[in-house]
Design a protein around this ligand. Structure first.
Ligand code: UD1
Ligand code: CA
Length: 460
C-alpha cells in the first residue's frame, strides 16, 4: 500500500531573488515554483501534501488554496526544523514521507514515482534522490562507505577538499519512513558551519543505526536544478516552456517557432491549430481545433472555439466562439463574448459586450457595455458613448441592424431590429425596429463660395 505524503519546504525567504515576493511564489510558465513541485508530487500519487510555510506564509497559503495542508515554521532554523513542523499536520495513517524543496520546479512526476517505488521495494528508512553532476558546487555531497553504503551527506560549507570533489549530489528530495524520520529528527543539533538544523544529518543518524539508507540516481540531473536567483528562474522558465511546447506539438498543434512562443502550463489547444511566432497564451486559455493564432498575439484567461483566426491582437478574460475572425490590431477587454462567425477587424476595441452570431465590427470602433444581436453590421468608426463621467450605460443593438459609419451611440440607447442608422449620426434616443434614423445636420451647399468674401462665409 502506498501511504506516502509529500512535505514541501517553502518557508525560506529566498534572499538571492532580491524580491518582496517569497521565492516559491515566483512564477515559471505562469505558475508559482511551489505549484510545480506540488503538481509533480501529486502526479506521483502521494496521498496528501503538506507545505511548510514561513516567509510570506499568508501569500503562499492564499495562492495555493484548497486541497493542501500547511504547517507553519515561524523561524527558519534549517531544513530539519522545517520538516519537524509538519509532524502533527500529517495524517496518522501516513507511513512514508517524501520531502521536497519548494524551489525545484523541474522535477517530473515519473522521477518521484521511481523514488517512492525504490523506497518501498528496498523497505528503506530513507531513499535519497541523488544526481551525478559535472559541477557539484553548492550542493550537499553523498558520502559512501564500504560496498557503496550511503553513510552521510556533507554540505558544501562543511565539506573538506576530498569531499568537495565528489560528484554525486543531494537533490534535496527524499523518501523517508515516517517513524524513522521523526525519531531521527529529534536527535539533530545545529552543530555545523551554518548553525542550522540540517535535514541532511538525518541520513547519518539512520545510517549509524544500520537502518537502510539508499540513493536513487536521477536519470536526468537537470530535473533537480533549484531556483535560487532570477538567472535560475529564467533557465527554469525555458525548460518548462519547451516541455509544454513539445507536449502540444506531440498532440497535433503546429508551433511555427517554439522558441518565440510562450504558452503557460495549463493552456489547452486542439489539433490542427497553428500558433505563429511572438504569441503569448497566459493563464487559463483554451483554444479549439483548426484555429490560427498570431503572430504577435496575447490571449489571457480566454477561451476560443474552433476554426477561429486571431491576428496581432490582445484578448483578455473573454470568450470567443467558433468561425470568428479577430484583428489585426484588435483589443478585446474583459467580459467580451463573441458568439459564432463574428468578425472584429482592425483597430477595434471591445469591452464587456456580447456580440451574437454573424455580426461584424470590421474597423476603427469602440464597443463597450453593449449587447449586439445577430447579423448586425457596425460601420467604421462607430463609438458607443458608454460613460457619462460617472456611470457606465448599456447599448443594445438588435438583430439585423445596420449602423452607418462614424455613428455615436449615446448610451443608454437601443437600436431596434433591422433598423438602419445614417452615417455620421449621433444617436441619443431609442430607435424602433425596421426604421431609419439620421441624426446629423442637413448638408448646405453654398454656390460660388469662392467669389464671396471670407466674413460672409464665417457667418454661415
Ligand atoms: C539543501 C540541502 C543540500 C541539497 C540542496 C539541494 C540541507 C541542509 N541541504 O541545501 O544538501 O544539495 O538543498 O537543492 O538540507 N527551508 C525552509 N526552512 C528553513 C530552511 C529552508 O523551509 O529553515 C526551505 C527553503 O525555503 C527551500 C528548501 O528548504 O525551499 C531548501 O533550503 P535551502 O536553504 O535552499 O537549502 P540548500 O542550501 O539549497
Ligand atoms: Ca536551494
Amino acid at each position: 500500500m502506498n501511504n506516502t505524503a509529500a512535505v514541501i519546504l517553502a518557508a525560506g525567504k529566498g534572499t538571492r531573488m532580491r524580491s518582496k515576493t517569497p521565492k516559491v511564489l515566483h512564477k515559471v510558465a505562469g505558475k508559482p515554483l511551489v505549484w510545480h513541485v506540488i503538481n509533480a508530487a501529486q502526479g506521483a500519487g502521494v496521498k496528501e501534501v503538506v507545505v511548510v510555510v514561513g516567509h510570506g506564509a499568508e501569500g503562499v497559503k492564499n495562492t495555493l488554496g484548497e486541497g493542501i495542508k500547511f504547517a507553519l515554521q515561524s523561524e527558519q532554523l534549517g531544513t530539519a526544523h522545517a520538516v519537524m513542523q509538519a509532524k502533527d499536520v500529517l495524517s496518522p495513517e501516513i507511513e512514508n514521507v517524501m520531502v521536497l524543496c519548494g524551489d525545484t520546479p523541474l522535477l517530473e512526476a515519473v522521477t518521484l514515482e521511481k523514488l517512492i517505488q525504490t523506497h518501498l521495494a528496498k523497505k528503506a528508512a530513507c531513499t535519497i534522490l541523488s544526481a551525478q553532476v559535472t559541477n557539484p558546487t553548492g550542493y550537499g555531497r553523498i558520502i559512501r562507505g564500504d560496498g557503496g553504503k550511503v553513510l552521510k551527506i556533507v554540505e558544501e560549507k562543511d565539506a573538506d577538499e576530498s569531499q568537495k570533489a565528489i560528484k554525486e549530489i543531494n537533490s534535496g528530495t527524499y523518501c523517508f519512513t515516517k517513524n524513522e524520520l521523526f525519531k531521527a529528527l529529534a536527535k539533530i543539533t545545529p552543530d555545523n558551519a551554518q548553525g542550522e538544523y540540517y535535514l541532511t544529518d538525518v541520513i547519518s543518524v539512520l545510517s549509524d543505526d544500520n537502518l537502510g539508507v539508499f540513493s536513487c540516481i536521477a536519470d536526468n540531473p537537470k530535473e533537480i536544478q533549484g531556483v535560487n536567483d532570477r538567472v535560475h528562474l529564467a533557465a527554469a522558465e525555458k525548460v518548462l516552456r519547451m516541455r509544454k511546447n513539445i507536449a502540444l506539438m506531440q498532440n497535433g498543434v503546429t508551433l511555427i517557432d517554439p522558441d518565440t512562443t510562450y504558452i503557460d502550463y495549463d493552456v489547452e489547444i486542439g489539433p490542427d491549430t497553428t500558433i505563429y511566432p511572438f504569441t503569448l497564451l497566459q493563464g487559463d486559455v483554451t483554444i479549439g481545433a483548426d484555429c490560427e493564432i498570431g503572430p504577435s498575439t496575447t490571449l489571457k484567461n480566454t477561451s476560443v472555439g474552433e476554426n477561429t483566426t486571431i491576428t496581432r491582437s490582445v484578448v483578455i478574460d473573454s470568450n470567443i466562439g467558433s468561425g470568428c475572425s479577430v484583428g489585426p490590431f484588435a483589443y478585446l477587454r474583459p467580459g467580451t463574448v463573441l458568439r459564432q462567425d463574428v468578425k472584429i477587424g482592425d483597430f477595434v476595441e471591445v469591452k464587456k459586450s456580447d456580440i451574437d452570431d454573424g455580426s461584424k465590427v470590421p474597423h476603427l470602433s469602440y464597443i463597450g457595455d453593449s449587447t449586439i444581436g445577430k447579423n448586425v453590421n457596425v460601420g467604421a468608426g462607430t463609438i458607443t458613448c458608454n460613460y457619462d463621467g460617472k456611470n457606465k450605460w448599456p447599448t443594445v443593438i438588435e438583430d439585423g441592424a445596420f449602423i452607418g459609419s462614424n455613428t455615436n451611440l449615446v448610451a443608454p440607447v437601443k437600436v431596434g431590429k433591422n433598423s438602419v442608422i445614417g452615417a455620421g449620426s449621433t444617436i441619443t434616443k431609442d430607435i424602433p425596429q425596421n426604421s431609419l434614423a439620421i441624426a446629423r445636420q442637413k448638408q448646405k451647399n453654398i454656390l460660388d463660395w469662392k467669389k464671396k468674401n471670407k466674413k460672409e462665409c464665417r457667418d454661415l
